[in-house]
Design a protein around this ligand. Structure first.
Ligand code: NAP
Length: 278
């Protein structure tokens, strides 16, 4: 009796999960490349997370994305965790290996950097300091990728200063912490400005950090992608800055996962953006 190959399954686990754009994105790539496979959103509670993760490989799953609130918890469950996920303190991508082991990685920093390179190809990491607003999980991924890329100095400000100081301890002397009320001053000398807070997102308060000191040579990017053009990006555009929206980070962080699961490196192009926005 001939045996047909098993159709690979992947998905995203979070709670809630209905808002996730990942299913549209991965399904677009599966269709574009004619790959037989499925990508499924799964709303799973923390209590059930480990049982679900141990069961999925037996059902034909090759891996899953992990989102809020499970990005830290999966690090305890995984059998192997990459150095970069350890440094960031969170994982967003799991690979279910053939030997039964769960491999955890974090591709957010990769996605951030690839998006920046694509949207601002003239940006040179060594050209000057990067000013970062926010010190949550996303900021960790952004800082680690910028330091690895060769940014000489990170100027970091967060509403809750102690969280920024924790990151300074984790990443060392190239990170300098500023009070939240001083955030407007630290951007004056920055070659790059990144908003990693949730401020400016639909349903959240606006980012009120003064941007008057922004120079036209500063590249400005926002991790918030709903709306696509945040008020920070609009202000930066008016100041003559090159701006990069946050949607591309979401698209690029998905590339290594799709390649590991389905064996094909997908392109991030206009059609990919359109699929994610649908
Ligand atoms: P998080 O760990 O919860 O961190 C939230 C950050 O926002 C903290 O720095 C927090 O400051 C700050 N913040 C929240 N409300 C604030 C307020 N009212 N005033 C000042 N600061 C405030 O979240 P995260 O995972 O880092 O995500 C942050 C944002 O990045 C979210 O909007 C998320 O959607 C976005 N994101 C986008 C991508 C992408 O692919 N584009 C990827 C990851 C994340 P405190 O420490 O003082 O609370």
């Amino acid at each position: 009796m001939s045996q047909l190959p098993r159709i690979p399954l992947a998905g995203v686990i979070g709670s809630p999960i209905a808002h996730s754009k990942s299913p549209q994105l991965h399904r677009h790539w599966l269709k574009t490349y004619g790959i037989l496979g499925h990508y499924i959103p799964m709303d799973i509670s923390t209590d059930n997370l480990e049982t679900v993760l141990r069961t999925l490989p037996t059902m034909g799953f090759v891996g899953v994305n992990i989102t809020i609130p499970h990005k830290e918890k999966v690090m305890e469950i995984a059998d192997l965790v990459t150095d970069r996920a350890i440094l960031i303190g969170a994982a967003n991508t799991l690979i279910f290996r053939k030997d039964g082991k769960i491999h955890a990685d974090n591709t957010d920093g990769y996605g951030f950097l690839e998006n920046l390179k694509a949207g601002a190809p003239q940006w040179d990491p060594s050209s000057g300091p990067a000013a970062i607003l926010g010190a949550g999980g996303a900021a960790r991924a952004v800082i680690s990728s910028l330091l690895e890329a060769g940014v000489p100095e990170i100027l970091l400000s967060n509403r809750t200063r102690v969280r920024a100081e924790v990151l300074q301890k984790a990443f060392g002397s190239r990170v300098q912490v500023f009070d939240w009320v001083q955030a407007g001053n630290m951007i004056d000398d920055a070659a790059l400005l990144v908003n990693t807070t949730s401020l400016g997102m639909i349903g959240k308060p606006e980012l009120r950090v003064p941007l008057d000191g922004l120079r036209a040579s500063t590249v400005v990017t926002d991790l918030v992608y709903a709306p696509l053009k945040t008020r920070m990006l609009a202000t930066a555009e008016d100041a003559g800055c090159v701006t990069v929206d946050g949607l591309g980070m979401l698209l690029h962080q998905a590339v290594p996962a799709f390649e590991r699961w389905f064996g094909r490196r997908p392109e991030v192009d206009r059609a990919t953006r359109a699929a994610a926005l649908r």
